[in-house]
Design a protein around this ligand. Structure first.
Ligand SMILES: C[S@@+](CC[C@H](N)C(=O)[O-])C[C@H]1O[C@@H](n2cnc3c(N)ncnc32)[C@H](O)[C@@H]1O
Length: 253
């Protein structure tokens, strides 16, 4: 059964499901430098043994495949709500499970669970705690959870960016990560929380949102009003706006 939130996520992402995903936002999620930053940050923390790896909100799983290639070991399982995304993965050795993270119950545990740019799809703190609890329940006792969320350092700016997404009907609802992420993790029973790296910033303009969500002039005017005075992470421009997301990498267990 799909939760309403999962159905909404799928519907709003309609234009970028499957092959289109890795080209979205100027190839940010297939950018080799970004992928290598992730791998380099994660590697020093991994135990020297065979690893069962779960990639949640994986899309086609590119990041997980590159990690396994680089480690020369690891059994990879992908979980995503979109079968279209999962169908892009052609590796026979990789297990693909189409399910809603809010209902995930795989009856097995993993040494490593990775997530990138997906926690914000659960658009309230309460939902994020629920998802993190579900993730924790799939971790081995000494397992690691590594997450690279879409992040806005200032809480005030995080709320502005989340409001932009939540108030624009065509764009999927989001609650972005910020300086309070450690407390959200703690509520889910995940501790030993620490930052282990940082990916490149992602800069988005109205052009990327027009392409992905087909927003129009009315939406852009509304977003400019929400931004109001410029902040560190959101700036009004002559024809639209620029939004800045950071991509720090966090480890928890
Ligand atoms: C921004 S994309 C990130 C994809 C991938 N992690 C990457 O870095 O390229 C978010 C992903 O989360 C998935 N997703 C959203 N809601 C979900 C849910 N309720 N259950 C499982 N996956 C979900 C989407 O289908 C999408 O693949």
């Amino acid at each position: 059964m799909l939760s309403q939130i999962a159905k909404d996520n799928l519907e709003k992402d309609e234009k970028v499901l499957g092959r289109e995903w890795l080209k979205t936002y100027n190839n940010y999620f297939s950018d080799e430098e970004n992928i290598q930053i992730f791998i380099k940050s994660v590697k020093p923390f991994l135990p020297n043994k065979e690893l069962k790896i779960l990639y949640v909100g994986s899309a086609s799983g590119l990041l997980g495949e590159k990690l396994v290639d680089s480690l020369c070991k690891g059994e990879l399982t992908l979980v995503d709500i979109s079968q279209k995304h999962l169908d892009q993965n052609k590796n026979d050795k990789t297990r693909k499970i189409c399910c809603d993270l809010l209902n995930m119950d795989l009856h097995e545990k993993f040494d490593l669970i990775i997530m990138r740019s997906s926690l914000d799809y659960f658009s309230s703190e309460k939902l994020q705690v629920t998802v993190l609890e579900i993730i924790k329940n799939h971790l081995e006792k000494d397992g690691l959870f590594i997450n690279q969320p879409a992040y806005v350092s200032s809480l005030k700016d995080r709320d502005i960016l989340s409001e932009i997404y939540n108030e624009t009907e065509k764009i999927g609802n989001r609650y972005f990560q910020s300086a309070d992420l450690d407390s959200i993790y703690r509520k889910a029973g995940l501790d030993k929380f620490k930052k282990i790296g940082a990916g490149k910033d992602l800069l988005l303009t109205e052009k990327e949102h027009i392409e992905r969500y087909k927003i129009d002039k009315e939406d852009i005017d509304k977003i400019q009003k929400i931004i109001g005075k410029d902040s560190d992470s959101a700036q009004v421009t002559e024809h639209g706006y620029i939004l800045k997301f950071e991509f720090p990498i966090f480890l928890a267990s």
